[in-house]
Design a protein around this ligand. Sequence first.
Ligand SMILES: Nc1ncnc2c1ncn2[C@@H]1O[C@H](COP(=O)(O)OP(=O)(O)OP(=O)(O)O)[C@@H](O)[C@H]1O
Ligand SMILES: N[C@@H](CCO)C(=O)O
Length: 316
Amino acid sequence: MSVFTPVPETVLAQWLQNYAIGRLVELKGISAGVQNSNFFVTTTLGRYVLTLFEDMPRAELPYYLHLMAHLARHGLPVPAPIANRDNEYLGTLQGKPAVLVMRLQGASDMTPDTDRCTRVGAMLAGLHLAGQSYGRRQANPRGASWRSEAAQRVRNHLPTDERALLDAELCFQSTLDCGQLPAGAIHADLFRDNVLWDGEHIGGVIDFYFAGHDTWLFDLAVTVNDWCTEADGSLNRARYDALVQAYHAERPFTAAERAAWPGMLRAAALRFWLSRALDFHLPREGEMVLVKNPHEYRDILRLHIDVPAPPLPGQV
Ligand SMILES: Nc1ncnc2c1ncn2[C@@H]1O[C@H](COP(=O)(O)OP(=O)(O)OP(=O)(O)O)[C@@H](O)[C@H]1O
Ligand SMILES: N[C@@H](CCO)C(=O)O
């Protein structure tokens, strides 16, 4: 259930008068999603998604909304936010920050084939290149400093073997120098459930609410860890090759990126192990978070340590 704040039709119909998108025809709560309240909204002029932000600080929202607008303007299948009559993306509805975005076509695919991995790799490279001209900057909210701080909060709740793994990994991560890696606006959560497929095409890339400024390689590692792993955490070589080669064809890897890659796959696995372990061991009272299995990402991390991924393509 992911309508945490109900919106009566009469209230929405009134609120829509702040916009130039016609009159309300239909309002329907969306059952997927665990962070915010989402609704499909149909008006006499089109189909939209309404999001009420439940916990996110209002001051951080413009970065995400303007990034979505920027990427949509560059032709990426990203939902463009709708400006109201005051020319603002962000409004207030039922006391919560609220936004309307375009509703995109398609449904997510949790068992993608190599063709779909190829399309995702190429799209991610395009997203990074288009993001180069985005003027705003906000740090990755789950970047290296968050990871150190989250590890300190969770470590005493872990069993001994996991604590040893965590300590060793933090020590390893502290030796990595990412200063030479190309960076920019990244999605940072490009999991399979955040891509909508419309036939063979990507109809939509959604959920930009973990986006921020970080290395492009970190974004690729997050994506590979979700799209190219088997249930036991091991890499599926065919999907891996498809995704990284398609990315490389659009935005060739640098020598520094090829050297940093094994450590970056580990950093990306650590990020989701930590966020899931925090939600599991230290659930925040009053926050509505669906707890995902932390062991999945602990195991992906272990496998990256034991069996380093094949090198990225490019000149050695
Ligand atoms: N622009 C859009 N066009 C079409 N469908 C959308 C759009 N935005 C969201 N959806 C649908 O709403 C569902 C929930 O959205 P989303 O995943 O962004 O929820 P959330 O709670 O904000 O985030 P989280 O993934 O962290 O739970 C998606 O699975 C998708 O089906
Ligand atoms: N993609 C995250 C959930 C937050 O969007 C995870 O699988 O842990």
